[in-house]
Design a protein around this ligand. Structure first.
Ligand SMILES: O=c1ccn([C@@H]2O[C@H](COP(=O)(O)O)[C@@H](O)[C@H]2O)c(=O)[nH]1
Length: 273
C-alpha cells in the first residue's frame, strides 16, 4: 500500500487505529481451545469485529514464532484474512548484516506479503537498505520506543550534543523517504513526540503504548499529528483482550469504536483530513 492509499483510508474511516494482534494462547477465551487453529479463529473474530475502525493490523511476530510451525501457519492465514485495503505491519524488529537482512526482507515481503516491517537501526545503513529495495513496501524504524529501557541508550547525549534518537532520525531519514519509511515513537514519550515531529515533519509514526501501557492518545495527536495525520496509533491488549468470554469479539469492537470516535475528533482538530 502506498502513502496516498494509506492517507485515503485514514480519511475515509476517520481513524488512525492500528490493532495489534499479540495473540497469546494463554489469554484467548477457553472455548476456542478445541478449535483446529485457535490463534487464527481468535484473530478472525477480532478482524471481523474491528475492520470498520482499523486502518492497520500489527501482528507481533514473537507471539507466532514462539509456537513453531503451527504459529507461522496461523500468521500466514491471519495475513491472508486481513482485508486488502488495510495496512499490515510485521512487528518483527529485524536487522542484520546486509545479506541476512535481505533474507528477512524476502521472508516478510515475498514469502509473506506484509506491507511493512519494524526494523532496528542499530546496525546502520547496510542492515536497513535491503528492506528499502522493495517497491511499495515500508520500513518502520525504531526511533524512540515506549519501554522504560528506552532511557538506557536512546536519549543519551552524543559528543555532538544531540540525543541518540535524533541522530538516528536525521541520518536514517536520508536512507529512505516519507514514502517508504516510518518511525516507531512510543505513546509513553509524550513530552518528546513534538521534538521527533520537528526532525521528521512528513514521516508517519507508528505509535505503540496507548491502552495497556498508559500512553495518552490526546497527547500523541497534539504533538505528533501533521496535516496528513502522520500517525498510526497501536493498541494490542487493550482491544483484543477487552473481553474474556464468547463475546470477546464484541468487546474488542466496542474498544476499537471508542478509540475511532476519539481519533475522528482529533483529526478534525489537528489535521486536514
Ligand atoms: O516501542 C515499542 C515498540 C513496539 N511495541 C509493541 O507494540 C505492542 C504494544 O502492545 P500493547 O498491548 O498495546 O501494550 C506490542 O506488540 C509491543 O511489542 C511497543 O509496545 N513499544
Amino acid at each position: 500500500m502506498n502513502r496516498q492509499e494509506l492517507i485515503q483510508q485514514i480519511k475515509a474511516k476517520q481513524s488512525f487505529l492500528c490493532v495489534g494482534l499479540d495473540t497469546d494462547l494463554q489469554k484467548i477465551p477457553s472455548h476456542l481451545h478445541g478449535a483446529k487453529d485457535p490463534i487464527f479463529e481468535f484473530n478472525k473474530e477480532i478482524i471481523d469485529q474491528t475492520a470498520d475502525f482499523a486502518v492497520a493490523y500489527k501482528p507481533n511476530i514473537a507471539f507466532y514464532e514462539a509456537l513453531g510451525p503451527r504459529g507461522w501457519e496461523s500468521l500466514a492465514k491471519t495475513l491472508e484474512y486481513i482485508p486488502k485495503d488495510i495496512f499490515t505491519i510485521a512487528d518483527a524488529k529485524r536487522g542484520d548484516i546486509g545479506n541476512t537482512s535481505g533474507l528477512y526482507a524476502k521472508a516478510f515481503f515475498e514469502t509473506m506479503d506484509f506491507d511493512s516491517i519494524t526494523v532496528a537501526p542499530y546496525m546502520g545503513v547496510d542492515s536497513v537498505g535491503p528492506f528499502l529495495e522493495y517497491a511499495g513496501k515500508w520500513v518502520i524504524l525504531l526511533a524512540l520506543t515506549s519501554n522504560e529501557g528506552s532511557h538506557d541508550f536512546q536519549v543519551t547525549t552524543l559528543q555532538n550534543g544531540k540525543p541518540l534518537y535524533q541522530e538516528v532520525l536525521e541520518k536514517s531519514s536520508q536512507w529512505g523517504s516519507p514514502d517508504n519509511m516510518m518511525y516507531v515513537v512510543g505513546a509513553t514519550r509524550g513530552e518528546k513526540i513534538g521534538a521527533v515531529r520537528k526532525i521528521v515533519p512528513d514521516h508517519f509514526f507508528l505509535v505503540p503504548g496507548v491502552g495497556a501501557q498508559g500512553g495518552s492518545l490526546q497527547e500523541v495527536a497534539k504533538y505528533g499529528m501533521n496535516k496528513n495525520c502522520g500517525l498510526l496509533v497501536n493498541s494490542s491488549r487493550g482491544i483484543i483482550y477487552a473481553g474474556k468470554d464468547k463475546d470477546f469479539g464484541k468487546a474488542a469492537r466496542q474498544e476499537a469504536k471508542i478509540l475511532q470516535a476519539e481519533m475522528a475528533d482529533l483529526l478534525a482538530l489537528y489535521s486536514e483530513l
